[in-house]
Design a protein around this ligand. Structure first.
Ligand code: AMP
Ligand code: MG
Length: 304
C-alpha cells in the first residue's frame, strides 16, 4: 500500500533539542501530530495514516539495515529514554519488527547490580556497544545515571565524598563524560541517535490505569511506578538539564511527542531510517581477482 501521508521527515529537525540551549518541556506538546494530517481527517484517520507510514518505514529500515550490515563500516546506537509507560518497549517492538534479528541487539538496563556499582558509571554500557554493521538499542542507558540518580542520589554507587554527588560540578562532570564518550563513538563510526519519548503526566495516568485494569497488562505494572510518579516535576527538571547539557551537533537529542504511540513510533522509524540512508552506503565492491574467484566457485558447483 502506497501512503501519501504527512512527511514526518520534514519535522524531525523541529524536535531536535538545540545544543547548549535551555529546554523548557512545558513548551513542548506531548500530544503533537503533523497538522496537515489533522486537516485531512479525524484522529482515527491520522492514526491510520501514520501507521501506514510506519509500515513503509519498516520496509525501508529493513533494507537500510541490510546495507549497514553488508558494508560493515558504521554502527548505529539508538538510545531510548522516557518516563515509565512512555512507550520504549512498544517502540522497539514496532520499529524493529522488520529488521533481521542478527543485525540488531537490544539491551534493557535495569537497576545496576553490585558488579556494575563496583565500576565507573559508564562501564556496563560500554561493554555492550554495537559493533560495526550492527544496530544497538539501549532501552534506558547511561542517561539514567544523570536522571534517576539525580532525582534520588541515594540510589547511586558509593563514591568518596570529595568526588561524589555533593562535590561541586559533579553533574556537569557526568554530562561532560557522556559527551566525551559520544564524541569518541561518533569519531569512530557509530551514529548516535537519542530519543526522549515525551509523554504528559495525564497520559501516564491513563496508561498506568490501563495496566491496572487489564489482566494481560498486570505484568507491566510495577508498584515503584506510582512512587516515581510522585517525583514527576523533579524528573522533568533533571530531563531539562540533561537535554540542554548533552544535546550536541554530533549526537543530538530528539524530543519525541509520545502521547500518541503511533506518532512516536513513526517518528523514531523515520529518524533511524533517514540517518542510515544519509550514510549513502553501498554494497561492497569486488576486485577483478575476487570476481574471478567467485566465477570459478560458481563453475565448480555447476560441474558437480
Ligand atoms: P523498567 O524499564 O520498567 O524495567 O525499569 C527499570 C528500572 O531500573 C527503572 O526504575 C529505572 O529507574 C531503574 N534504573 C535503570 N538504570 C538505572 C541506574 N543506572 N541507576 C538506578 N536505577 C536505574
Ligand atoms: Mg516499568
Amino acid at each position: 500500500m502506497e501512503v501519501n501521508g504527512p512527511d514526518v521527515r520534514k519535522y524531525l529537525k523541529k524536535f531536535i533539542a538545540e545544543p547548549k540551549k535551555r529546554v523548557r518541556l512545558k513548551n513542548y506538546d506531548a500530544a503533537w501530530v503533523p497538522h496537515e494530517a489533522l486537516k485531512e481527517g479525524g484522529e482515527e484517520d491520522v492514526k491510520d495514516l501514520l501507521k501506514g507510514l510506519l509500515e513503509k518505514d519498516r520496509r525501508a529500515l529493513a533494507e537500510a539495515q541490510e546495507l549497514l550490515a553488508a558494508s560493515r563500516q558504521y554502527s548505529i546506537l539508538i538510545v531510548l529514554q522516557g518516563m515509565d509507560t512512555a512507550g520504549k518497549d512498544g517502540t522497539i517492538r514496532h520499529v524493529m519488527s522488520g529488521v533481521n534479528p542478527q543485525g540488531c541487539e537490544v539491551h534493557s538496563f535495569k537497576v545496576p547490580g553490585t558488579e556494575d556499582h563496583a565500576h565507573d558509571f559508564l562501564w556496563r554500557y560500554e561493554k555492550v556497544l554495537p559493533e560495526r554493521g550492527m544496530i544497538g538499542i539501549f532501552n534506558r542507558s547511561y542517561y539514567e545515571d544523570v536522571l534517576v540518580v539525580h532525582v534520588h542520589p541515594d540510589r547511586m554507587e558509593e563514591l568518596p565524598e570529595a568526588i561524589g554527588p555533593g562535590a561541586k560540578g559533579f553533574w556537569e562532570g557526568r554530562y561532560k563524560d557522556i559527551n566525551a564518550l559520544e564524541r569518541h563513538l561518533v569519531r569512530n563510526g557509530t551514529i548516535v541517535l537519542k530519543f526522549f519519548l515525551f509523554i504528559s503526566k495525564d497520559e501516564q495516568k491513563r496508561r498506568l490505569l490501563d495496566r491496572l485494569s487489564n489482566k494481560e497488562k498486570y505484568w507491566k505494572f510495577s508498584v515503584t511506578d506510582i512512587a516515581e510518579r510522585q517525583y514527576w516535576d523533579e524528573y522533568m527538571d533533571a530531563y531539562e538539564e540533561m537535554l540542554a547539557a548533552t544535546s550536541t551537533a554530533y549526537a543530538p537529542w530528539f524530543i519525541v511527542p509520545a502521547d500518541h504511540k503511533w506518532m512516536a513510533r513513526t517518528f523514531v522509524a523515520e529518524a533511524v531510517t533517514s540517518a542510515i540512508e544519509g550514510l549513502h552506503l553501498t554494497y561492497p565492491e569486488f576486485s577483478k581477482d575476487q570476481l574471478r574467484h567467485l566465477k570459478e566457485a560458481k563453475e565448480t558447483l555447476e560441474r558437480e
